[in-house]
Design a protein around this ligand. Sequence first.
Ligand code: ADP
Ligand code: ZN
Length: 601
Amino acid sequence: MSKDKNKNDKKDYKVALLVVLLLVLLVLAIAIVFILGNRNNEEKKDDKTLAYTDLIKEISYGNIEKIEMTVGSTNVKVKMKNEEEEKKSIVPNTEAFIDLVQGKVAEGNEIELIQNPRGILERISSTLFSLLPTLIMVALFIMLFKMQGLGEKGKVYDDTERKTKVKFDDVAGLDEEKEELIEIVDFLKRPDKFVKMGAKIPKGVLLYGKPGTGKTLIAKAIAGEADVPFISMSGSEFIEMFAGLGASRVRKLFEKARKISPCIVFIDEIDAIGSRRSSNNGAESENNQTLNQLLVEMDGFSSEETIIVLAATNRPEMLDKALLRPGRFDRQITIPTPDLNGRLEILKIHSKEKRLSDDVNLESIAEDTAGFTGAELANILNEAAIIATKRKHEDIENDDIEEAVKKVTVGLEKHNRVISDHDKKLTAYHEAGHAVVSQYLPTQTPVKEVSIIPRGVTGGYTMYKSNEDKYYISKTEMKEKLIVLLGGRAGEKIALDDISTGASNDIEVATQIAKDMVTKYGMTDTLGPIDLKGKEDYEMQLFGETIGDKIGEEVKKLIDEAYVNAQQLLNIHRDKLDVIAMTLLEKEKINEKQFNEIFND
Ligand code: ADP
Ligand code: ZN
């Protein structure tokens, strides 16, 4: 945020404060006038006061010499013919009273009727009083708008003056994706060229991908390459506070985009506004307004307005189909998690400004981090720098980075935690169970490290070498993965005839894999290759009512089978299980080389 904007925000804040202050003063003033007025009224209730009915009587008797009134006031002063002192009275309806008096005068009665202009105090008080509701409303509206204004300004990154400096070179990997997007850069730079050719220019590009895969980064890079401003907002920010605000924010965003076009508008988490319009609850209809506004805006650009809307989501299946129609987000690009080479490139980019020691092997770090996103890799290098500093290293060593990887994946080592011998034994057999089982399963990768030093929330861990990036996983591989996952519990059961909570995460992961096998990958004979994942109830009914039961049965069958297999393997190789567990109890941690030595002994 620039300094100017800060100043503006402060100014708005002051205005709002002033309005509130004025309002308070106003209310106070009115209260005082009111109290004073009331006191006057009370004073009138002595013997100098003439009741209205008596006043009317006196007038008709012809006893009144002079009546003095003030416009807008019901208080009147009355001078009787036979009395020195003036009396006061209150008339309920001044107009009717004046008519009455003037009628008497016309009849020939001598009554002097004086109508004074209003007194200052009365004039102010009555004016304020009649204006009060309006004033309060106006003040409230001003405050409301200021508040909305403040909220919005805080949220749109205002990069109109400071264009982004990010270039395609800052985005590692993603070569094919960049190639697809280069066209947009061209278009932003020279729209006329395309228009002349009669080419239809894309308005919206949807980027699909997990958080941290670089969607924002690449959107910024497009703006940077084209040298145009980048304005952005997050979908979740559109839906909050007051109803209708989301839509007005969308309108403002595009108003601004039109002013500074050519430009890039980036909407992060678009699923928050653009999710399917199914139910009719409040939040949903608020979404609809926002979504509709977005559609209106996108349909409304003319070809001279060079605005490209990029939007990001990791839940494409949630999106309202209306967003994907021609002329809207008709292009979709998937931003994948980086492959081996991509990870290496990302590690290189993010280690540029860091002091790496010569022993750092980024290739092997890239190998160990399959499935990591760009953001996670950047985070690992940052953690490594912190660890290196704590360890008082000259520069970042390979060990520091490896420790950072573990810290990010399993948490920090907790050497000080006190663990009972029984728990230690359970953990040792648990981890040994995983490790030994995996050695006998051909699709599984070799063990890299086994440890029973607590880390984060886990009591121990077994790390495997990552396999080269794969696009497909076979059913055999998934089944063997289940066996490895249940190998932990099997180890505890076989060696100690007891089981612990330590397997809870294994069970969670295994269940998820088994569910996916059944409902997503169609890997069972009974259910077959049918997509059953995350289906609505009514869709499920297409397949008959018992489908849920069948899914449950199949999942249970897969898990049971894997557990039996794991126990069988460990029973056969009980010697290996014991020796690994004992070594763990003794050393707490075994690396790849040590593991292989013990195992092959
Ligand atoms: P997303 O928008 O997909 O959630 P971001 O673009 O915000 O992800 O990425 C967060 C950070 O991760 C980036 O600022 C960058 O530091 C790093 N990063 C992610 N992907 C890449 C990449 N391909 N190349 C370089 N850095 C990356
Ligand atoms: Zn485990």
